[in-house]
Design a protein around this ligand. Structure first.
Ligand SMILES: Cc1cc2nc3c(=O)[nH]c(=O)nc-3n(C[C@H](O)[C@H](O)[C@H](O)COP(=O)(O)OP(=O)(O)OC[C@H]3O[C@@H](n4cnc5c(N)ncnc54)[C@H](O)[C@@H]3O)c2cc1C
Length: 290
């Protein structure tokens, strides 16, 4: 599937491509990264700093990337290609795991980026890779892409551990005059990684206290208590979390608050019972709002 089919899955598009049918080629935005260092920034959070080349990612509104995890010591890394329809094809049908992450820091001068991996309780290939990462391990990076914050006077940011890197990056970029709230769901106090925050903003930590990630309604509950300003054009919400919470929040924003679609960016970051491959195989109902 290509990006158009993924985003517009409910439309069940049948796209007929015309023109030159080029051979599969490497994505133009593919870069190769090497692990420079790792740091456990909290008991269940590991920061991996990568070095690379041509990492001129200067757009604050493009937070996300896709990482392509190579086995350690591989002589010839395996990279996905795009065919003439924009569909991903792997040479000889041999694929390595890929996952979406948020770029937490970019240091263009040093050509380094940092990614914060939540070391969650049911680790798949990405989390296992991060737990074992060592200097000089190789990953590919595609992107950056997707949507970041838009200009507003009142912001609401919300999400679980997987959205904490995005929220922290957005909070750092907001003007000092910004107001609003950030609601961050983690298991307990030891998982708190306080981001910087404009003086007119508040950060509220929501603790699961041992309940499984993706099983609570903490984020939706906190959001329902927000006093929204009268002028919705000057508000903006950004968030990411497990699919069920994502769907509940999406419904609340659309039906109860009536926030227009250009005033919020909300992602389903993961699914409580599905790996990323299973989400893609399940289709739209596993990642679009229900
Ligand atoms: C736009 C976007 C940005 C993201 N940014 C970040 C980021 O900066 N940092 C980060 O840590 N994650 C981030 N994520 C989430 C991350 O991509 C997923 O958590 C991913 O599934 C992890 O891959 P995995 O190989 O460990 O698990 P998978 O193989 O995908 O899944 C294995 C099992 O783990 C469970 N699982 C997956 N994720 C979690 C979780 N977070 N908590 C508990 N159980 C889980 C699944 O239900 C499944 O049963 C982001 C996701 C998106 C879409």
């Amino acid at each position: 599937m290509g990006p158009i089919g993924f985003i517009a899955a409910r439309e069940r598009l049948e796209i007929q491509w015309e023109g030159d049918q080029a051979e599969p080629a490497l994505p133009h935005d593919l870069r190769v990264l090497y692990v420079k260092s790792t740091e456990d920034i909290a008991p269940r959070f590991r920061r991996v700093t990568f070095r690379g080349q041509n990492l001129d990612y200067d757009r604050d509104d493009q937070l996300h990337c896709r990482l392509i995890f190579q086995p350690r010591g591989i002589a010839e890394p395996l990279w996905p290609m795009l065919d003439h329809r924009g569909h991903v094809v792997w040479p000889d049908n041999v694929a390595v795991p890929t996952r979406v992450y948020t770029i937490r820091h970019i240091d263009a001068a040093k050509q380094e980026i940092a990614i914060d991996f939540s070391l969650h309780a049911n680790p798949g290939p990405a989390t296992r890779w991060a737990m074992d990462a060592r200097p000089d391990d190789i990953v590919g990076i595609l992107g950056p892409a997707a949507n970041g914050p838009k200009q507003a006077e009142f912001y609401v940011l919300l999400g679980d551990e997987t959205a904490l890197p995005g929220m922290a990056r957005i909070l750092e970029s907001l003007p000092a005059t910004a107001t609003g709230h950030a609601f961050i769901e983690v298991d307990s106090k030891v998982d708190e990684l306080p981001p910087s925050c404009p003086t007119g903003g508040s950060i509220r930590w929501l603790h699961r206290n041992g309940a499984g990630a993706g099983t609570t309604t903490l984020l939706e509950g906190a959001l329902r208590c927000v006093q929204w300003p009268k002028n919705p054009d000057k508000t903006f919400l950004w968030g990411g979390c497990e699919h069920k919470a994502f769907s509940a929040i999406y419904r609340h924003l659309k039906k109860d608050i009536g926030l227009s679609r250009d005033r919020f960016v909300l992602y389903s970051h993961w699914h409580r019972s599905l790996s990323e491959e299973e989400i893609i195989a399940s289709g739209a109902e596993a990642y679009l709002p229900q």
